[in-house]
Design a protein around this ligand. Structure first.
Ligand code: ATP
Ligand code: FE
Ligand code: MG
Length: 345
């Protein structure tokens, strides 16, 4: 079946067409440039931008895929988690299309879509695998038997998400918004052993209870303290080394725990997804550690790591393939949609 996917959780308006596991076309518009001067997303502006971008983005995606609206068999749209205003615009548009075309609609979980998109690039997902979701809002380890029907969260962050921690450290170091990619770039020029920052939840009492959990806010505070201590002495701030050492601490935790989850559950495949999976050190360290443990690592290419319509269409296609009942036409956006809810009811 031909699936139309619509993404609108945050600042990206994404539309994509997928047939089976083949991506026919996808187009993304973003309002990110509007937020540089505010240092963060303004939900009102994001909602309005979705409203303006939706029809042109839909038209461009249909043209790129070479298909007409009437050929679509089902519509998938992000049901959450995300900004309520942004979600509402995408869901309203999707429901209008579903009602006028007389096609089923799947309200899908945006975050699970970050893993589903990998099918379009690397082929069918195995029967069982571990998923590591790393993004601006999430850092979670998932046990997955079927991406559309059986997702269990083994653990997640107790405070900041990985991308969020990078953005905060970027701000602290005076780097442009959003800080994640800038901290990554600086870290590549730095010495990751120059400073030893703490790994979250490393204390003995936390180690078993929080085996698959993360904590990055203490690390962020350690970076702030370190920068302050330099200021007191009037010393120069070694931005590249701080970024490298900070990045190492985050990625050491993420990869060690994801690999442990694979070994504990006997899964031989790790799939990493979400905006933070663009991080260069994460990719390196995950590749090294998975190879050493005999685990197959799958990470989508960079352009499918950040928010896009293909992730939504891919998950919609997986739901259709699994025979999942479509969502009711009156399903509501869920700004805090839990990770084990894949399809909105
Ligand atoms: P969620 O998917 O949990 O709803 P989100 O959609 O806001 O959250 P994404 O768009 O998936 O998050 O990812 C954006 C985050 O990824 C931002 O925090 C950004 O700074 C971070 N990021 C992007 N590229 C990199 C990179 N190379 N290194 C580190 N962080 C990065
Ligand atoms: Fe996302
Ligand atoms: Mg985003």
């Amino acid at each position: 079946p031909l699936i139309l996917g619509i993404e609108s959780t945050c600042d990206e308006t994404g539309v994509a067409l997928v047939r089976g596991r083949e991506l026919l076309g996808d187009v993304t518009a973003t309002s990110m440039d509007e937020y540089a001067r505010f240092g963060g997303i303004i939900p009102e502006i994001a909602s309005r931008a979705h409203l303006e971008a939706f029809v042109p983005t839909l038209d461009a995606a249909l043209e790129r895929a070479g298909v007409g609206l009437e050929e679509i068999d089902a519509i998938a749209v992000c049901a959450g988690p995300g900004l309520i205003g942004s979600l509402t615009v995408g869901i309203s548009a999707a429901k209008a299309l579903a009602a006028s075309l007389g096609r089923p609609i799947y309200g899908v979980n945006h975050v699970i879509g970050h893993l589903a998109v990998d099918e379009l690039v690397d082929g069918p997902l195995p029967d069982r695998f571990i998923g590591l979701i790393v993004s601006g809002g999430h850092s979670s380890i998932l046990s997955i038997r079927d991406i559309a029907t059986d997702v269990v969260e083994l653990g997640g962050t107790l405070d900041d998400a990985a991308g969020e921690a990078f953005d905060k450290v970027g701000r602290l170091l005076g780097l442009p918004y959003p800080g994640g990619p800038h901290v990554d770039r600086c870290s590549q020029a730095g010495d990751r052993e120059a400073i030893r920052f703490p790994r979250g939840l490393a204390a003995a009492k936390d180690r078993e209870r929080h085996r698959y959990d993360f904590s990055f806010s203490g690390l962020k505070t350690a970076v702030a303290r370190y920068v302050e201590s330099l200021g007191d002495g009037g010393r120069e701030v070694p931005v590249d080394d701080i970024c490298a050492a900070f990045s190492e601490a985050v990625n050491d935790s993420l990869t060690a725990k994801a690999v442990a989850a694979c070994l504990d559950t006997g899964c031989d495949t790790l799939v990493i997804g979400g905006g933070f999976s663009a991080n260069s050190r994460l990719r390196e360290l995950a590749a090294e550690r998975c190879q050493a443990a005999g685990i197959t690592l799958r990470i989508p290419p960079l352009r499918y790591c950040t928010d896009n319509g293909a992730q939504i269409a891919a998950l919609g296609a997986a739901a259709a393939r699994a025979g999942v009942e479509p969502s009711p036409l009156d399903f509501a956006p869920d700004s805090a949609m839990p990770l084990d809810t894949v399809i909105a009811r």
